[in-house]
Design a protein around this ligand. Structure first.
Ligand code: ACM
Length: 270
């Protein structure tokens, strides 16, 4: 299977330009599965909820998914892309999986970062794994990475590959993904953007360096800190299926789930 990422500098508040950019870069990509950044058409910084709502779109009949459907069909490619999703009165920071058949699946970002909490509704989709031609594909969005439960849940649901659209601003994620892949024995495609967004006295600098990491923590492909980039690698997804670590250990079977106490009730009630 050929998996890849596309890295570019999303233009703040200009969905038409961004759609065109994704179309141009997707047309130059030869892959079975490709991941675009988080909020790939709207940009990341908003000044009000109304502004975010104006840049959000329905997944059923919005223009971005229409463009991606056309390309997915033409190039027989699965596309995972971040999008501000309008659903009734809610706006979600979502990622959509667009299939060559035109079918779509959606993941809605669970862990909202910083001011995202002012614009978006926390995701209600849960962490799900989708079948892509026999390969099991999970999705999380950007800041979900810092909660190891996100990747663990996807891995325990059988994900071979985790698609990770991102607009990273902290410097830790790219290296942390090596550990996430090692501890879960999965492939990770982190598609980050680069560039700077400035709005109403606020500024975010996005860190680029998109990465594909293998199930033993190998960095299989990497983008630059700044600059457009398309990277595609050939993988054998079955490398993610065997969780054995040497003769005596298994990443999943050795877990002691009766001893893990993950609610945090002791410290959260202090
Ligand atoms: C982020 O979650 N976009 C930092």
């Amino acid at each position: 299977m050929r998996i890849g990422f596309i890295q570019y500098n999303v233009k703040s508040g200009d969905p038409e330009w961004n759609r065109g950019k994704t179309a141009e870069m997707l047309a130059a990509t030869d892959a079975d599965l490709v991941v675009l950044p988080e909020l790939a058409t709207s940009g990341y910084l908003f000044t009000s909820r109304q502004e975010a709502a104006g840049l959000a779109e329905s997944l059923d009949d919005g223009p971005a998914v229409a463009v991606w459907r056309g390309i997915a069909a033409d190039r027989n490619m699965h596309i995972v892309a971040g999008i501000a999703e309008k659903a009734g009165d809610n706006i979600y920071n979502s990622a959509v999986l667009v299939r060559p058949s035109g079918g779509i699946d959606v993941y809605r970002k669970t862990h909202l970062f910083h001011e995202e909490k002012l614009w978006f509704t926390p995701g209600d989709s849960g962490f799900n794994v989708f079948d892509v031609g026999g390969v099991r594909v999970g999705i999380m969005v950007c800041f979900d990475w810092i909660f190891p439960e996100s990747c663990r849940t996807l891995a325990l649901k059988g994900a071979d590959i985790i698609c990770h659209p991102a607009n990273l601003v902290l410097p830790y994620c790219q290296d942390a993904m090596i550990t996430r892949c090692l501890e879960n024995r999965v492939f990770m495609i982190t598609a980050n953007r680069y560039g700077t967004e400035r709005r109403a006295g606020k500024e975010h600098i996005f860190t680029g360096c998109s990465r594909i990491v293998g199930p033993f923590g190998q960095v299989l492909a990497e983008g630059p800190e700044r600059g457009d980039c398309i990277e595609v690698v050939e993988i054998d997804h079955t490398e993610a299926r065997n969780k054995a670590l040497g003769e005596y250990n298994d990443l999943f079977k050795d877990r002691q789930i009766d001893l893990y106490e993950l609610s945090g009730s002791a410290i959260l009630s202090e």
